[in-house]
Ligand binder design. Structure first.
Ligand code: NIG
Ligand code: FE
Length: 413
């Protein structure tokens, strides 16, 4: 066993309602606490003093912290595209000189540019890219990362990406949760209609994902220039019939996607920058997690998702980085979550729940996002005595230690 502490504050993120607005005084704060770990799980969260005096096995390792420290559950980044090759610095420059995301995409840049680069890359070089990016996320306190395919756009190339994600997962302490985003756009070299493309993916790719156990999650980009709600229906029908969980890139530039998420009981509807009061009301009344992606708003210079309105209407808001080469190249969840908080007037509790418990719910994971007995010992430790310092520093204040499944995986000390 291992005992870590004392912490000036442990913020276990326990006992919070899964949906709706949260005030900071709803946060449980364990003062002068310790965390007892057995294997990869948390055994006890409680008073450090009491834990040191308890009858612990002789070989218990005590990791004693000096100075003020505060800890939180390891962060969960529930939406990324960190499996890619190449750069879209050129798109970024074009956008900042006045071209829109959709105009650039139509002119041959955008997602297709990354597809071209990613297809040229070997599986090994994709693995290297994922590992490099995931390791940086880990130093920022992120211990679980969802990673989408979607830059392959053929049966073979989508499988290559998903095998790369699986291989990178095996090399990393961070957990990578793969999602198939073959429905990202119709590949420009596909001979046939959008419906034909989705039919081929439904018939050939979806069953292969099951056989190869590559993912249980299917995503689609519902948007002009990508897929309409009616086009996606047969594909999602097939995915549902095979037992996949659904998630949707919804309402990024225009509405339609969140209605698809509702129709298919998606785990999450992500983006939502263009959602109106109608979509906000419907999502808030549903069990769907509304995932805000402030990194895409910052990368594209667009409005943020209406997180405040979603929470006030009773919705569950998660916050993810959307780390991708096009719309969200920064890939710093903590910075982005803090910035979303200032623009959307979110409490500390709402932002922190958005990158812990509510983000874990978006991935249907019940074993993380909270520090309590039986949960994974995924812990981010910050050198402060006051948890409010973390978001106040707007991402400039990173963890000094990160533990994943009971192992120290990052130590700045
Ligand atoms: O979530 N919106 C669609 N997909 C990604 C962007 C991917 C890209 O531009 O490469 C997103 O923003
Ligand atoms: Fe995305």
């Amino acid at each position: 066993m291992k005992l870590i502490g004392p912490f000036k504050q442990i913020i276990p993120m326990t006992g919070l309602p899964p949906k709706g607005a949260l005030a900071d005084n709803q946060l449980v704060i364990v003062e002068d606490g310790g965390i007892l770990i057995e294997g990869d799980l948390i055994k006890t969260v409680g008073s450090f003093d009491a834990l040191t005096k308890a009858a612990l096995p002789d070989n218990t390792e005590i990791i004693e912290l000096h100075g003020d420290h505060t800890c939180l559950p390891g962060f969960v980044d529930a939406h990324t595209h960190i499996c890619f090759a190449g750069s879209r610095a050129n798109d970024y420059a074009l956008r900042n000189s006045g071209k829109t995301y959709l105009e650039i995409a139509k002119a041959g840049g955008g997602i297709w540019d990354t597809v071209t680069q990613t297809r040229k890359a070997s599986k090994e070089s994709l693995i290297k890219g994922i590992v490099k990016r995931a390791k940086r996320h880990l130093t920022n306190g992120v211990t679980t990362i969802e990673v989408k395919s979607g830059y392959g756009l053929s049966v073979h190339e989508e499988l290559k990406m998903l095998y790369a994600i699986k291989a990178a997962d095996a090399l990393l302490p961070v957990d990578l949760i793969a999602t198939c985003l073959a429905a990202h756009m119709v590949p420009k070299d596909f001979k046939g209609s959008a419906a034909d493309y989705l039919k081929q993916m439904a018939e050939e790719l979806l069953p292969a994902l099951k056989v190869e156990k590559l993912t249980n999650r299917i995503d689609a980009f519902i948007e002009e220039g990508a897929f309409s709600p009616s086009l996606i229906a047969p594909y999602f029908d097939k995915a549902k019939a095979l037992g996949f969980d659904i998630t949707v890139h919804a309402d990024q530039f225009s509405t339609g996607g969140s209605q698809v998420a509702l129709k298919y009981n998606a785990l999450s509807a992500d983006h939502l920058e263009a959602s109106t009061d109608v979509e906000i009301g419907l999502l808030a009344q549903s069990p769907i997690i509304a995932t805000a992606l402030p990194g895409a708003s910052i990368g594209l210079g667009c409005a943020f998702a209406p997180a405040r309105k979603l929470l006030d209407a009773g919705g569950a808001v998660a916050i993810a980085s959307d780390h991708n080469p096009g719309s969200a190249p920064m890939g710093d969840l903590l910075t982005q979550a803090a910035i979303l908080g200032t623009f959307e007037k979110l409490s500390n509790a709402e932002v922190l729940a958005g990158i812990t418990t509510r983000a874990a719910a978006a991935l249907k994971l019940t074993d993380r996002g909270q520090l309590q007995s039986g949960c994974l010992a995924d812990i981010g430790i910050f050198h402060t005595g006051d948890y409010k310092e973390i978001l106040y520093n707007q991402g400039n204040f990173k963890p000094c230690m990160v533990w994943k499944k009971g192992e120290l995986v990052y130590n700045k000390h």
